[in-house]
Design a binder for this molecule. Structure first.
Ligand SMILES: Cc1cc2nc3c(=O)[nH]c(=O)nc-3n(C[C@H](O)[C@H](O)[C@H](O)COP(=O)(O)OP(=O)(O)OC[C@H]3O[C@@H](n4cnc5c(N)ncnc54)[C@H](O)[C@@H]3O)c2cc1C
Length: 395
């Protein structure tokens, strides 16, 4: 992995064609796109943590969304169908399809009935087949109205990171500056500058891809904030009883649970709509909330709601009661403030008129990446030569 650069002023070494803030999957993939597709010569990725792709790009349910999850947002569901296959084709080594994914609908408290879920799946062209394994078919309690086999995969975040970093190393021209958090962005004569505790770097274009830390960066840079809902989330890492190890379970649509393979650790994650969020807050213009987003390390220890989660799981799939708790992953999850009601996951690509050349992105889910790349390139017109005067370069 690339080393950290130490300097207090901008040197020619710190002058780039594009600076990306945030070395998650979206930031790294954007840097690659800028080199591979657009042909920019010098690109930098500034990442606050000592490792790239170690926050939300690692701490997640690892689901390559294929539409099923979004019966309340047909647009997100349909887009997922399109983008998941494309995503799986681009990263075949990171895709885990070696399991059967069972979707189920609960009789009570569900926002969707079995019939409605079938109609929805048919509308987006997603298959729902009868459960073929009699053991699994018999494992659901009467609280489940109906269960099906769905076509949905998981991804291995560590393999994905290797694929992306190998491509970065192969093409060259991308400085991945680890352990260098950007404190703020400034407008300067030649474009934009980013300021870290130890360096100052400049570029005509700066993209922030910092997921839950968008508003921290915006506040420090005098940029209007984005209305966000943030949640401290816990996903329990578990070892399923042997008979279930090649299975995933998602109960729709309400206060239920998901059990997904987590290929990076050879385990499963258990998450629950009611118990996975430990703390939730809004950060909007009307109700700003400036609390700091904890580092990965600061979140590594904490209380677990595994007992509550598994107690609910056994009501719906009693044979999963012997699931063994291993440990927990924690991350601050962010969604646009108005998206919780429908569960939709649109992409955010937002410019700032006072800072020409700046754009802020948020992908929502991993398979949205190509939509984001396309929008950023079009919004910033990254391929055009920069005049040197940001006021002459309207976005
Ligand atoms: C609990 C949970 C479950 C999820 N489940 C799924 C799922 O199953 N499927 C799916 O597709 N999506 C899922 N998601 C969403 C998915 O994880 C995110 O959409 C995706 O990982 C975002 O990638 P990213 O690169 O934007 O963010 P990140 O991977 O978080 O990268 C942002 C990076 O920016 C860095 N950073 C922040 N501020 C600064 C700064 N000022 N200077 C320098 N660096 C900075 C951070 O350290 C971080 O590494 C889930 C998310 C969570 C939290």
């Amino acid at each position: 992995m690339s080393s950290t650069t130490m300097s207090s002023t901008t040197t020619s070494r710190d002058a780039y064609d594009l600076i990306v803030i945030g070395g998650g999957f979206f930031g790294l993939r954007l840097a690659l796109h800028a080199r591979e597709e657009i042909g920019l010569d010098r690109v930098a990725v500034f990442e606050r943590e000592p490792e790239p792709m170690n926050r939300a790009s690692y701490v997640n349910q690892a689901r390559v969304h294929n539409g099923y999850h979004y019966p309340r947002s047909i647009l997100t569901a349909y887009r997922s169908r399109v983008s998941s296959s494309r995503w799986a084709q681009e990263y075949p080594d990171a895709v885990d399809a070696d399991f059967t994914h069972y979707y189920a609908v609960a009789r009570k408290m569900s926002k969707v009935t079995a019939k409605q879920f079938e109609v929805f799946a048919a509308r987006i062209g997603a298959s729902l087949a009868d459960v073929s394994d009699p053991f699994i078919a018999g494992a659901f309690s009467p609280l489940i109205e109906r269960a099906w086999e769905a076509e949905e995969w998981a991804f291995d975040s560590r393999k994905l990171r290797s694929v992306v970093l190998d491509r970065i190393a192969a093409i060259g021209g991308i400085d991945v500056r680890l352990g260098e958090g950007v404190d703020r962005i400034e407008r300067i004569e030649s474009g934009l500058a980013v300021v870290t505790p130890v360096a100052r770097a400049s570029a005509p274009f700066v993209v922030s891809s910092v997921y839950s830390q968008i508003n921290t960066l915006h506040r420090a840079s005098g940029i209007p904030t984005v209305p966000l809902q943030l949640e401290v989330t816990e996903m329990a890492l578990v070892r399923l009883p042997q008979r279930f190890r090649k299975s995933a379970f998602t109960v729709m649509d309400g206060p239920f649970f998901s059990i997904m393979p987590f290929p990076s650790r050879g385990l499963h994650t258990l998450s629950h709509v009611r118990y996975t969020p430990h703390l939730r807050w809004l950060d909007t213009a009307a109700a700003p909330d400036t609390r700091a987003i904890p580092s990965v390390e600061a979140m590594s220890a904490g209380a677990s709601t595994f007992r509550e989660m598994i107690a609910d799981v056994r009501r719906y799939v009693p044979a999963l009661a012997d699931t063994e708790y291993v440990d927990s992953l924690r991350e601050v999850k962010v969604v646009l403030a108005d998206q919780d009601r429908t569960d939709s996951r649109p992409i955010l690509v937002r410019t700032e008129p006072a800072l020409p050349g700046y754009v802020c992105i948020m992908g929502g889910k991993i398979d949205n990446v190509n939509d984001v790349l396309h929008e950023v390139a079009a919004t910033l017109d990254l391929g055009r030569p920069f005049s040197g005067d940001p006021t002459n370069d309207p976005i």
